[in-house]
Design a protein. Structure first.
Length: 326
């Protein structure tokens, strides 16, 4: 009997020692790393991931520690910053509380849908193909209240806080929701002018790509409105670049002959869709354009533009700023 008790005592001491060692940090040195726990991952696989990353010593000890803390059914998916100098208990509490890494992503004004997709991929949030597939899913697009074939123009440029693991649908919904939030401030003005949200966003996307200086946006918007009222083609270079599959080089006359509804040199009126995602300044400029008679503008070469009312004046400005030696 005494022998059996002694064996049991030794066994308990051994297990206690093993448990203390197995639940101790893997290292004393901090070496933070990002670890992603996919949604729906069972506890067993969570432990396997952590063990493979060198963050815990034993999967069994991790499970027992989770059972002791009562958090096994509360572990949340996501991306975490973990370190081998953390104990399993610390890791378990972090996963139970959902203290995930937040990615700060800023969408610049004037980015088109392909550029937004590439930006999100570089941030490690999702594959751009996944984003683009959802961005051009017309059933999904219409469910967001967008009367077009894609979300182009409605991914509002702003700073967003995303966590890894969000789907393309969730990310797009957040950006489009932000657009509608901003649009609510201008809806009444659009009704006063008798223009639709799609017309405003389409024209604002062109203004966004043309303007370098904020102060010129109402002037550029006025030029395009004046042209539309007179039935003149917009002749906007950014629409041609969009027609040329997001071409970024210098445009030549051969480019202006491209057969595409986005080529506003060949086809009058607005292009069929927005060509980028405009910011609030450009939307406001379209709804509150400057009261000027201008019909033309040409770049001065320093970011600003020279505006003209007549074609003869415009030609003089072109010779002056594009061919200064002549």
């Amino acid at each position: 009997m005494k022998k059996a008790c002694l064996v049991l005592f030794i066994g308990v001491l051994y297990l206690a020692g093993w448990y203390l060692e197995a639940t101790a940090p893997v290292s004393r040195l901090p070496a933070p790393r990002a670890v992603f726990i996919p949604p729906g991952t069972p506890v067993k696989e969570v432990a396997e991931i952590l063990r493979a990353e060198g963050l815990i010593r034993s999967e069994w000890a991790f499970f027992l520690e989770g059972w002791r803390l009562g958090v096994l059914d509360r572990l949340k998916a996501g991306e975490y910053e973990l370190s081998p100098d953390m104990s399993p208990a610390e890791i378990l509490r972090m996963l139970a509380e959902g203290r995930v890494i937040t990615h700060i992503v800023t969408i610049p004004e004037g980015y088109n849908v392909w550029e937004v997709a590439a930006l999100l991929e570089r941030a490690g949030l999702l594959k751009k193909e996944e984003f683009l597939k959802k961005a051009f899913d017309e059933n999904f697009v219409h469910s967001l209240g967008i009367p077009g074939p894609s979300v182009e123009g409605f991914l509002f440029p702003d700073t967003y806080y995303f966590v890894k693991g969000l789907s393309a649908e969730e990310i797009i919904r957040k950006m489009v929701s932000r657009f509608w939030e901003v649009w609510s401030r201008y809806e009444k003005r659009a009704e006063e002018l008798g223009v639709s949200v799609y017309e405003v966003v389409t024209l604002a996307s062109i203004v966004e790509k043309e303007a370098v200086l904020s102060r010129e946006k109402p002037l550029i918007a006025a030029v395009y409105w004046n042209r539309l009222r007179r039935g003149m083609p917009l002749q906007a270079d950014p629409t041609v670049r969009y027609a040329l599959r997001r071409f970024h080089g210098r445009l030549y006359y051969k480019h202006l002959r491209v057969r595409s509804p986005y080529n506003t040199y060949r086809y009058p009126g607005l292009p069929p869709t927005p060509i980028a995602n405009p910011g609030e300044e450009s939307i406001r400029a379209v709804l509150y354009p400057a009261k000027v008679p201008y019909l033309y503008f040409v770049s001065r070469g320093d970011g600003s533009h020279y505006f003209s009312t007549t074609y003869r004046e415009h030609l003089r400005a072109v010779r002056r700023f594009r061919h200064p030696r002549k």
